[in-house]
Design a protein around this ligand. Structure first.
Ligand code: UD1
Length: 416
């Protein structure tokens, strides 16, 4: 099992280039099966989630070429098949094959999706929405069979603006009979990226990025292409690294508009940033003030940056309050931050973080993707050496993390 070995205390300077967004590509790869034949997807991050989804495409008979961050697919020989548990449980986003296969074949069979263990993560909103569109769902031993004699448009109000459900409905509705309206839709930038890809293939999706999305089903798709937007979570993680231990660290190839909630919190704390159209340069400051942070749906403070943000709060001069409101089990990393010297009191999903903490290296474990990123940040500022287990979680979502950090001065290596 590989581990990350990090010697803390080295200033980060130079440029880090942000890769394409994990949460976009994991929906766009399943959506590519809708192309008449070919799809070209640019700026694809080289992460294990990408490769796991390509494995599912290959199982379905899709020809895939992935090099230089460009994925080319050819669906000429595609066939509908059961997606087995060993593939679907590798990641959460395997559930996007539900919407995509329903659109293409009116029939999908797959096992319950996997993903980070950060809460119960039910998929009831997806399933109820499919049912409204005429889909009959049977579930036996974690295997789902979704079947629609007639896939029809529907007026769907989400009880919660779920990112996954919004995208899954968009996929299914893109080839359904009639018009689908999604009310209380999620507004994340990745949803806009998926809509852009669907529209490049002839779909009629209007309103993505707002609370109401209208999809008019079409019979036939063409070939399609899209460029994956920059990963705002990866960008935010490196901005936090720069705020903690950077000296003119430039995080390049990002969209500052997608990071407004993080930027405003960092600025309120006293971090100075030079913000340009597609890059932000940041230098750490000792005078950072405590702030309160609560995770919310977009455009609020994104839950995926909540854990990494806690390392920043641990360094602030005073007590900060952090509240996680999206997932019920996203605090498993706290015991490891405490082991490294952070003073954190946890009460359910509210953490009282008493700064400034002086962290020290320790042996810790990444229990999920963003917990892993959090421990990397903590290790970068800790005195001594930190060994992080569970690296596979980090590689699910961060393209070349050790190399990117080495290039700006971090002492970080992967050991077997
Ligand atoms: C996506 C992101 C994830 C991010 C999350 C919230 C991907 C692959 N993952 O996850 O990184 O943290 O959005 O921004 O894009 N819920 C239900 N029933 C459902 C669906 C969701 O109760 O049918 C609940 C979830 O348990 C969770 C909340 O709604 O508490 C948000 O989930 P959702 O927005 O669907 O997140 P994901 O799409 O799984």
């Amino acid at each position: 099992m590989s581990k990350l070995l990090i010697e803390g205390g080295h200033t980060l300077s130079g440029v880090i280039n942000v890769s394409g967004a994990k949460n976009s590509v994991v929906a766009i790869i399943p959506a590519s099966i809708l192309a008449e034949n070919n799809a070209i997807i640019e700026n694809v991050p080289n992460i294990s989630d990408t490769n796991d989804l390509i494995d599912i495409l290959k199982l379905l008979g899709v020809n895939c070429e992935f090099s230089d961050n460009i994925l080319k697919t050819d669906t000429s020989n595609i066939k509908n098949m059961l997606i087995p548990a060993e593939l679907s449980t590798k990641l959460r986003a395997s559930y996007y094959f539900m919407g995509a296969l329903l659109a293409k074949y009116h029939h999908a069979e797959l096992y319950y999706p996997g993903g980070c263990n950060i809460g119960a993560r039910p998929i009831d909103i997806h399933l109820k929405s499919f049912e409204k569109m005429g889909v009959k769902i049977t579930c036996l031993d974690d295997k789902y069979v979704l079947d629609a004699k007639h896939l029809t448009g529907a007026d769907i109000e989400l009880r919660f603006p779920s990112v996954g459900a919004t995208i899954n409905i968009m996929l299914a509705a893109s080839k359904a009979d009639g018009v689908t309206k999604i009310r209380n839709a999620a507004m994340e930038p990745e949803i806009v990226n998926v809509a852009e890809f669907l529209n490049s293939m002839g779909a009629k999706v209007v309103g993505a990025g707002t609370k109401e999305i209208i999809i008019t089903g079409v019979d036939k798709f063409t070939n399609g292409s899209v460029k994956i937007i920059p990963d705002r979570i990866e960008a935010g993680t490196y901005l936090l690294a720069g705020s903690l231990i950077g000296k003119n660290l430039t995080v390049n190839n990002l969209n500052p508009k997608h990071l407004e909630a993080l930027i405003s919190k960092l600025q309120a704390s006293g971090v100075i940033m030079d913000i340009e159209d597609n890059k932000i340069t940041v230098t750490s400051s000792k005078k950072i003030l405590p702030i309160n942070v609560k995770t919310l749906v977009y455009p609020g403070f994104v839950t995926d940056l909540g854990q990494p943000m806690q390392v920043f709060l641990a360094r602030c001069n005073g007590t900060s309050l952090f509240e996680e409101t999206i997932y019920e089990n996203r605090m498993q990393h706290i015991k490891y931050l405490q082991k490294m010297g952070a003073k954190i009191e946890l009460n359910n999903n509210i953490a009282l973080i008493k700064g400034p903490c002086h962290l020290h290296g320790a042996n810790v474990t990444a229990t999920d993707l963003r917990a892993g990123a959090t421990l990397v940040l903590a290790a970068l500022i800790a005195k001594g050496i930190t060994k992080i287990d569970g690296v596979k979680h980090i590689l699910r979502g961060y393209d070349s993390l050790p190399i990117k950090l080495q290039q700006v001065g971090a002492k970080i290596t992967i050991i077997e």
